[in-house]
Design a protein around this ligand. Structure first.
Ligand SMILES: Nc1ncnc2c1ncn2[C@@H]1O[C@H](COP(=O)(O)OP(=O)(O)OP(=O)(O)O)[C@@H](O)[C@H]1O
Length: 284
């Protein structure tokens, strides 16, 4: 089993990805690499396919074809269960259990030995800054606290890849800043993070940015490149400029909405890995 935690290698390789939902191709001809040991931001208008891409990467999406390789293994395969943490937009913890009980449960699922579990739970609580809430039932927590319990549940197994779907929604600016500092620390310790967001100032904290529109990749770039190539004064206006450009390219005809724009976009040059995720009818 290949472990791809060194910087410079790909934590995720996606090639020729196509995903059908509700009888419609939501993602079509999508190619991208997520480098290991970095924070990659996944940005795009509502409905552009960010969650669908993340679901394909963690292996819970059906009707997926093409190649999705995660940490050297086919997406969703058994060896990845403990190596990938996924936080959805919906609360994924048990409301009638306390914070500590939830985390203990997720630590057990992650295969952490009873001897190490207490330490793992304490570490996750501290990472998301929920000290003092350990014995509180999740149903009595605030919305922001609840979403941090979900994040802690994903962290408690110490996964190599974290896939986080809009983890900062509903958090105040101080918590958002602290959470992004945590993401940076996790990447510095060798973890790979794919984080979707609507908040453009968060984009500047990423090592790389993937901009999606209508199920295609508009740009695979860095925050600095994004500003430089668009000439925009901030990430929000740069993003809008790229989306507008992609729209007018599509209107002009002939443009493949799934093809990255030349502005800061890095086309893939490496050969596609061999693992192929077959189309499936049910969630894995
Ligand atoms: N089960 C489904 N059946 C049919 N269409 C679906 C289904 N799930 C998602 N879609 C459609 O797929 C598209 C992409 O949805 P997705 O949730 O991936 O977008 P997103 O970029 O994550 O959006 P948001 O930022 O609003 O969360 C949307 O047009 C959505 O309506």
């Amino acid at each position: 089993m290949g472990k791809n935690s060194e910087a410079g290698t790909a934590a995720v390789r996606v090639a020729g990805l196509r995903v059908v939902r509700g009888g419609r191709a939501i993602i079509s001809g999508f190619d991208v690499d997520v480098p290991a040991g970095s924070v990659v931001g996944l940005l795009g208008p509502s409905g552009s396919g960010k969650t669908t891409l993340m679901r394909a990467i963690v292996g819970v999406q059906d009707k997926v074809s093409g190649t999705v390789e995660v940490l050297g293994e086919p997406a969703g395969s058994a060896p990845l269960r403990r190596r990938v943490g996924y936080v959805t937009q919906d609360a994924s913890v048990y409301a009638d259990l306390t914070v500590a009980q939830n985390l203990d449960y997720f630590a057990t699922l992650a295969g952490i030995s009873p001897r190490r579990r207490r330490e793992a739970v304490a570490g996750a609580v501290s990472t998301v800054d929920l000290g003092g809430h350990e014995k509180q039932r999740v149903r009595t927590l605030s919305g922001g606290e609840r979403s941090r319990v979900s994040l802690a549940a994903a962290l408690v197994g110490d996964p190599e890849l974290l896939v986080l779907d809009e983890p900062t929604v509903g958090l105040d600016p101080v918590l958002r800043r602290d959470l992004w500092a945590t993401f940076r620390q996790l990447a510095a310790s060798g973890k790979s993070l794919l984080v979707s967001s609507h908040v453009m100032d968060e984009a500047t904290q990423c090592d790389r940015l993937l901009l999606m529109r209508e199920g295609g990749l508009v740009a695979d770039t860095t925050p600095a490149e994004l500003l430089e190539t668009t000439g925009a004064p901030d990430a929000e206006r740069a993003f809008l400029a790229l989306i507008e450009q992609a729209r007018s390219d599509a209107r002009a005809g002939g443009a493949d909405p799934a093809a990255p724009a030349s502005t800061g976009a890095a086309p893939r040059t490496d050969p596609a890995p061999a693992a192929v995720v077959p189309e499936e009818e049910g969630p894995r």
